[in-house]
Design a binder for this molecule. Sequence first.
Ligand code: ZN
Length: 148
Amino acid sequence: MFRPRRRGRSAGPAGSHSRVPISQIRRGVLHSALACGGSALPNEFGGFLRSEEPGIITDLLLIPGTSSGRRHANLQLWMLPSDFSAVGTVHSHPSGALFPSSADLQLFRNWGLRHIILGRPFGPRDWRAYNGVGEAVNLTVLEDGTGP
Ligand code: ZN
């Protein structure tokens, strides 16, 4: 079963950071997600993004069973514990397409502030970030250990 990793003080629910737009992501999060995308091939990989610092995506939450051979990663909102600072989703497209499908848009509109789509071949630039209405947004990649 999935157990969220805790570190430092509890950041509280996502709402506590809601005044700061999510505009940055730690390189380690991106790196792990891209690696997961590659190792999940030929299936999709899916997970959630967490923000424990205002405006920054700081953690990747892997959801077991999301790359089970379905055509689309099956991110289920009921998997989300109610008390952690999840701010969006990340999933891969083995096709390499970096734009959201209609199912993706439905999920984005339903929940979350930032969503990342990764595409084959999962190189450092094979990803794109979207907001809750499916518009591409800029995320600055922060080197690990550096502040905003
Ligand atoms: Zn998708």
